[in-house]
Ligand binder design. Structure first.
Ligand code: S3P
Length: 170
């Protein structure tokens, strides 16, 4: 029941914030992309290319389900996790869902040097990022218990904001 799921667009800061929260709360961190990549012995672009996106999405759902145990964890979700209603239900059944947001400009700065995201291949510009974000926004917002705009905050400040919100809700 006590998991913390971090959701949001690629580059919103989920991985760094998960690490920060894990250290602060002394909880294990699950970095979904890394776990799936290690489990499949392939990089994320290789999984998309060789097995297809649908296969990757199924890996995500299975991993999420396996996180719902007695042990609390911080889970850094892939950016597409909240697009599946089934995943949203799993997250709400065993934890709190935190949405991290940032402006398209900030996202671009954070993702521009990285080639591990198949969905951003040839789309590393503000217009394409803003379009995909807008498409996804309703589902992110519907899934979130708490939303934090990370655009102007560092990792420590985001972690502090999250903990404040969680304690306010408790
Ligand atoms: C995806 C986000 C990526 C990764 C995959 C697909 C998405 O994770 O799961 O490339 O659909 O938004 P990050 O959000 O950690 O970059």
């Amino acid at each position: 029941m006590n998991n913390i799921f971090l959701i949001g667009f690629m580059g919103a800061g989920k991985s760094s914030v998960a690490e920060g929260l894990g250290t602060l709360l002394k909880l294990p961190v699950v970095e979904m992309d890394q776990y799936i990549s290690e489990n499949e012995h392939m990089t994320i672009p290789e999984i998309f290319e060789k097995k297809g996106e649908a296969y990757f999405r199924q890996c995500e759902t299975e991993l999420l389900r396996s996180c719902c145990t007695e042990e609390a964890r911080i889970i850094s979700c892939g950016g597409g996790v909240a697009m599946r209603q089934e995943n949203v239900e799993v997250m709400h059944s065993c934890g709190t869902v935190i949405l991290l947001t940032a402006t398209p400009e900030v996202i671009l700065e954070r993702v521009k040097g990285n080639n591990d995201r198949p969905l951003l291949q040839n789309k590393k510009n503000v217009k394409d990022i803003a379009e995909l974000m807008e498409l996804r926004r309703p589902k992110y917002e519907a899934a979130a218990d708490i939303t934090i705009d990370t655009s102007k905050l560092d990792v420590k400040q985001v972690c502090q904001s999250i903990l404040k919100e969680i304690w306010n809700e408790a």
